[in-house]
Design a protein around this ligand. Structure first.
Ligand SMILES: Cc1ncc(C[n+]2csc(CCOP(=O)(O)OP(=O)(O)O)c2C)c(N)n1
Ligand SMILES: [Mg+2]
Length: 328
């Protein structure tokens, strides 16, 4: 089957669900920005606006018991993997009802109950940990899968190479999802590597690897579901490079003046939500109003999450050292 036929075979339910999840992430990060500008978010934030199709397409292939390793840009993937927006927003605001009781903030999220391992903002550091979790799954003869997310910048870090090599050698059940958004902070990818397709770096270690359109949620889903199935069957890791783009700067302190206006415009025209809505309309699953209604529902959900997070108290100082070490 060619790609158009494979896309046609995806169910109406799945496509609409993925559209809603992308809308949820978009609305969530718009709310985070609003709260940040009011001075309510400690530290900075790294938004994934524009990259939602990677988070949603990839995690839609997982079961709740599968695990994900996230980075400094984790909000979208955490929501897509099933994190409650209330607990996520409370965490970002440093409040007691956050997923880490307000001790982690935007870059240190975790919710093992839905498979979200503690996110790591040290670039590349999550890759060998994803490999290690996959090793544990293999030792336990479990059919669970790990998904390690990271950016293009991480593929130049030593930990990336060590993690990939071991996973390939030991045929571990892990899927590496590289979000190539063309920049690591202000460094354009061409100034950081001569390798044109980052998937080459997966092939180099002997694992199947491909480069896909990371703004098309169906394309991401199709590529990643094949990789997840392989991992579950015990056939080892896969590397998937998803080409995408962040709409704003690296973090809230970055005005992104190093990017060409035409480049930004061209990517915004291929916004993942626009592409997905177009696919839904083309197949006649919903009309324009139906799509807009779903977006409004997601915005309302996020508004409720904001009310919850804002009314949550700050954590008590005496609890600061709790949960630092594992008991026993
Ligand atoms: C080992 C390490 N070096 C530098 C930094 C500072 N830093 C934070 S994010 C980032 C860029 C990461 O780029 P990429 O992996 O492409 O992810 P993106 O931000 O584009 O999602 C850098 C250099 C860090 N956190 N860790
Ligand atoms: Mg990047």
């Amino acid at each position: 089957m060619n790609q158009a036929e494979l896309k046609e075979n995806l169910s109406e339910k799945l496509l609409i669900e993925m559209y809603c999840k992308m809308g949820r992430i978009r609305a969530f990060e718009a709310k985070v920005t609003q709260l940040f500008l009011k001075g309510l978010v400690p530290g900075t934030i790294h938004l994934s606006t524009g990259q939602e199709a990677v988070a949603v397409g990839a995690t839609s292939c997982l079961r709740p018991t599968d695990r994900v390793m996230l980075t400094h840009r984790p909000h979208g993937q955490a929501l897509a993997k099933g994190m409650d927006p209330k607990r996520l927003l409370a965490e970002i605001l440093g409040r007691k009802d956050g997923c880490c009781q307000g001790k982690g903030g935007s870059m240190h999220l975790a919710d093992p109950r839905v498979g979200i391992m503690p996110s790591l903002p040290i670039v590349g550091a999550g890759i060998p940990i994803a490999t290690g979790i996959a090793f544990a799954f293999k030792c336990d003869a479990s059919d669970s899968v790990v998904m390690g997310f990271f950016g293009d910048g991480a593929t130049n870090i030593g930990a990336f190479h060590e993690g990939m090599n071991l996973a390939a050698l030991w045929k571990l059940p892990v899927v590496y999802v590289c979000e190539n958004n063309l920049y690591a902070v202000s460094t354009r990818i061409q100034s950081a590597t001569l390798v044109e397709e980052l998937s080459q770096k997966g092939k180099m270690y002997g694992m199947p690897a491909s480069t896909v359109d990371g703004n098309d949620v169906e394309v991401v889903y199709l590529a990643v579901s094949e990789a997840v199935d392989r991992a579950r069957r015990g056939e080892g890791p896969t590397f998937i490079e998803c080409k995408t783009y962040r709409h704003s700067g690296h973090s809230r302190t970055d005005p992104a003046t190093y990017r060409d206006k035409e480049e930004v415009k061209a990517w915004k025209e291929r916004d993942p939500l626009i592409l997905c809505r177009r696919a839904i309309l083309k197949r006649g699953y919903l009309d324009d109003k139906g799509c807009s209604d779903l977006e409004v529902e997601e915005e309302q959900l996020i508004e409720q999450a904001a009310q919850f997070a804002l009314s949550s108290p700050e954590p008590e100082g005496v609890k600061a050292l709790e949960d630092v070490y594992k008991d026993g």
